[in-house]
Design a protein around this ligand. Structure first.
Ligand code: KG4
Ligand code: ZN
Length: 358
């Protein structure tokens, strides 16, 4: 079965074709047009700008995804859509203007080519990045997923496909949001996650002796009895601690070292909290596997720390880096599992939901 996945929830315009077979799931194409360069100019996503960019790019992205998947000499939509069994699209959560573009393209294609339509919860799709390749190697239920993206951070138990029970979430900022905001405080570019991670890694590699006395950053809620998170206080701690330095008196090199030292300390604090809570939840709920998901799952330190600390206790799954951040393949994979259960929706019934939950 071949599924076309369309993703436009935030700032990536994406389309992918995924093929589900009896024993494995394969990606035939996965095209992502990133808007990062556009949003770098404003240091974050401006919803109106994102929506316009989706509108400009979506048809080109779609055409590229279809041509790559089937390598046809001439592009004939009616012929190509004969090879597609269903169309999956993220209908929330996300920015309303962005969501509307993907959903309207998907429902138009569904109507014209008479293909079943599947509405996908973007957060669920992130978890499905872990269900790729040989089915015999898939995560086993019950599983625990740590979803860490730009807009969401939560721990969810999954008893079976489509059966979720959220056990904790952030009470304020999401982990990715904290990375983005702290990067802004430190004068690093958007998106903050990769920038902070790179800075911290360089700092560690250089093994430079700490030049500046930075007070230990807090690990909010690390010992709380629940599975909730909070990252806003950590962000404020960075803000106050960073502003204490006479930034204008520093040389360029000193300023870069200070940025790197803060990046290192901040990343350690976030990874400590996420890791500790995840392990505690996995033990409490006696799960069979632990899955990492969402944009922050691309973080090297988080992947390595969880993998090391879960070794021998639980099977740990982590998507390839390019499938952690937003893309169409995760939407199509999730769509495949829904198609197996015939969870389709009529083209005139699907509605975008910016606040959709899992
Ligand atoms: O899942 P995603 O692509 O979009 C949402 O659904 O929100 O996640 C984007 C988030 C951004 O906040 C970005 O800074 C963060 O993921 N991110 C990272 C890394 N790569 C992306 N955070 C930490 N380390 C990274 N390497
Ligand atoms: Zn996402």
């Amino acid at each position: 079965m071949r599924i076309l996945g369309i993703e436009t929830t935030c700032d990536e315009t994406a389309a992918s074709i995924v093929e589900g077979r009896a024993k494995e799931i394969k990606i035939l194409s996965n095209i992502v047009a990133s808007q990062i360069d556009l949003h770098k100019l404003t240091g974050g996503v401006v919803p109106e700008v994102a929506a316009r960019a989706h509108l400009e790019k979506i048809l080109g992205v779609l055409k590229l995804a279809l041509s790559k998947a089937f390598s046809l000499s001439s592009f004939s939509p009616s012929k190509i859509f004969k090879k597609i069994d269903a169309i999956a699209v993220s209908y929330g959560p996300g920015l309303i203007g962005s969501l509307l573009i993907g959903v309207n393209v998907a429902k138009t294609l569904s109507l014209i080519f008479k293909k079943p339509l599947i509405g996908i919860n973007h957060l669920e799709a992130h978890i499905y990045a872990n269900f790729l390749g040989k089915k015999s190697n898939f995560p086993k239920f019950p599983l625990l997923a740590l979803v860490v993206s730009g807009g969401h951070t939560f721990l969810v138990l999954m008893k079976d496909h489509g059966k979720y029970r959220s056990i904790g979430e952030t009470l304020d900022d999401a982990a990715g949001e904290a990375f983005d905001k702290v990067a802004k405080i430190l004068g690093l570019p958007y998106p903050g996650g990769p920038a902070i991670s790179k800075c911290a890694e360089n700092w560690q590699k250089k093994k430079t002796k700490a030049k500046f006395q930075i007070q230990e950053l807090p690990r909010p809620m690390i010992d709380s009895p629940d599975f909730n998170f909070s990252f806003s206080g950590l962000k404020t701690a960075v803000l106050y601690s960073f502003k204490k330095f006479q930034l204008e008196d520093l040389t360029k090199k000193e300023f870069k070292d200070l940025q790197a030292q803060f990046s290192f300390e901040f990343q350690n604090a976030v990874v400590d909290v996420l890791t500790q809570k995840t392990i505690k939840a996995a033990k409490k709920y006696k799960v069979k596997s632990v899955c990492l998901a969402g944009g922050v799952a691309a973080n090297k330190l988080l992947r390595e720390t969880l993998s090391t600390q879960l070794k021998g206790l639980f099977e740990f799954y982590c998507p390839p880096k390019e499938l952690c951040t937003d893309n169409g393949a995760i939407v199509a994979i999730n769509g495949y599992f829904k198609a197996l259960k015939k969870e389709f929706i009529l083209w005139n019934k699907i509605k975008v939901d910016p606040n959709l939950r899992i």
